[in-house]
Write a protein that binds this ligand. Structure first.
Ligand code: PLP
Ligand code: ZN
Length: 390
């Protein structure tokens, strides 16, 4: 087997191909994200599913379906293979039988952003990129800074000045330059874009480069493996940019093409946002193909404070195709859910993660979830990262 079956990149809108051995951003014609393609036909013949389960734990054990060609370029801090924890007390209280938390706070830098940035920084290094810039609501900046330090790349970060203090400190200590701005992540994105164009920094913004999605999709491979190559019935995902949602949906398609899945059943994907910034639930309600920009976005769940994702179209497509839904919960519900999850199960979730539990309560009350369905909540980060605001 090759180290990676990566065959190229494809525009998610027009389907045009792009080389994966040159630096790429997004499709210039469609202003749409590029997705990595793999030679899955060849992989289907040569890749033995069960061999992956015998390898040393971590995200890179799936290297054949990650975009890096040389093993020496895999920049790892031990990301991936996070626990899938049953939460039986909460399950019982809700009348459910199979309820789990995918505990992503166990990742390096305390959030699942590590997965995406491990993949993106590794590929950037492989392509000879020397300096990287990112606009961030917080955790992506910290993760990028750490992987850039390990790869020996220069890092620059734009974040709103009210981002949790942990994100500023974790970025600075590993050597990144942090610029605190008076505005939201969308304003930070504008500034990072200018920096990229004028000074040749590579912009690692969500979906504006192809590879963060690849790191995050591995959550889908891990779930399939855990459930013995069937998939859970419902996945509840706190959505900002939507990388993990779109990534897992892509992983399910890849595993289908590989012949790894026992049946055609797919999880219903649930996108959770905060009522102070809920472009996805609003668009979903209208059955729209795109989101409207959410003005005056505000929530304690900083990772969800994304007024409009660059890949809003792909997020919504995944919700429609999976018979999923989108739901907003307010900050009060989030704080209550955070406390309940901590007391009942010992999990100190990030507000974004707690939001999935708050949403689950609503979904159960609406009978949208049945008692015997297997449900996975995502706790995407550690509550410890939100203790202090700048
Ligand atoms: C970034 C972030 C999210 C949103 O993730 P996306 O894949 O961009 O939608 C959720 N939770 C936390 C803790 C985050 O840092
Ligand atoms: Zn295109």
């Amino acid at each position: 087997m090759p180290t990676s079956y990566l065959s190229g990149l494809i525009c998610s809108t027009c389907g045009n191909p792009f080389s994966a051995d040159q630096v790429q951003t997004f499709c210039p014609d469609c202003q749409a994200t590029l997705l990595a393609a793999y030679d899955l036909e060849s992989a289907r013949r040569h890749a033995d599913r069960d061999e992956f389960s015998r390898r040393t734990k971590g995200m890179w054990r799936w290297r054949e379906f990650l975009p890096v060609r040389e093993e020496a370029n895999q920049i790892t801090l031990g990301e991936g293979d996070t626990p899938l924890l049953p939460i039986p007390k909460i399950a019982k209280a809700l009348g459910l039988t199979f309820l789990y938390v995918k505990e992503e706070s166990a990742n390096p830098t305390g959030s699942f952003k590590a997965r995406g940035l491990s993949a993106a920084i590794s590929k950037a290094k492989e392509l000879g990129i020397e300096k990287v810039v990112i606009p961030t609501a917080g955790n992506a900046g910290g993760a990028m800074a750490s992987y850039a330090a390990r790869a020996g790349l220069q890092a620059m970060i734009y974040m709103p000045k009210d981002t949790p203090r942990a994100n500023v400190e974790e970025s600075r200590i590993v050597g990144a330059e942090v610029v605190l701005i008076d505005g939201l992540i969308s304003d930070a994105a504008g500034m990072a874009g200018i920096k990229a164009r004028e000074e040749g920094w590579f912009d690692v913004s969500t979906f504006k480069e192809p590879y963060r999605t690849e790191g995050k999709k591995i959550m889908g491979y891990e779930l399939a493996e855990h459930f013995k190559w069937e998939l859970p019935d419902v996945i509840v995902y706190p959505t900002g940019g939507g990388t993990g949602l779109v990534g897992m949906w892509k992983a399910f398609q890849e595993m289908e093409a590989l012949g790894w899945l026992k049946n055609k059943k797919r999880p219903r994907m649930v996108s959770v946002q905060a009522s102070g910034c809920a472009p996805v639930p609003r668009a979903f309600e209208k059955k729209a193909a795109f989101c409207d920009f959410w003005t005056n976005a505000s929530t304690i769940a900083s990772g969800l404070r994304v007024p409009k994702s660059f890949a809003d179209h792909l997020i919504l497509k995944c919700l429609y195709e999976s018979n999923g839904t989108a739901i907003a919960v307010d900050d009060e519900q989030i704080m209550k859910a955070q406390k309940e999850l901590a007391v009942a199960e010992g999990i100190f979730a990030a507000p974004e993660g707690a939001a999935t539990y708050a949403a689950l309560k609503d979904l159960v009350a609406q009978n949208w979830i049945q008692a015997d369905e297997r449900v996975v909540l995502f706790n995407t980060g550690s509550g410890l990262k939100y203790l202090d605001r700048t």
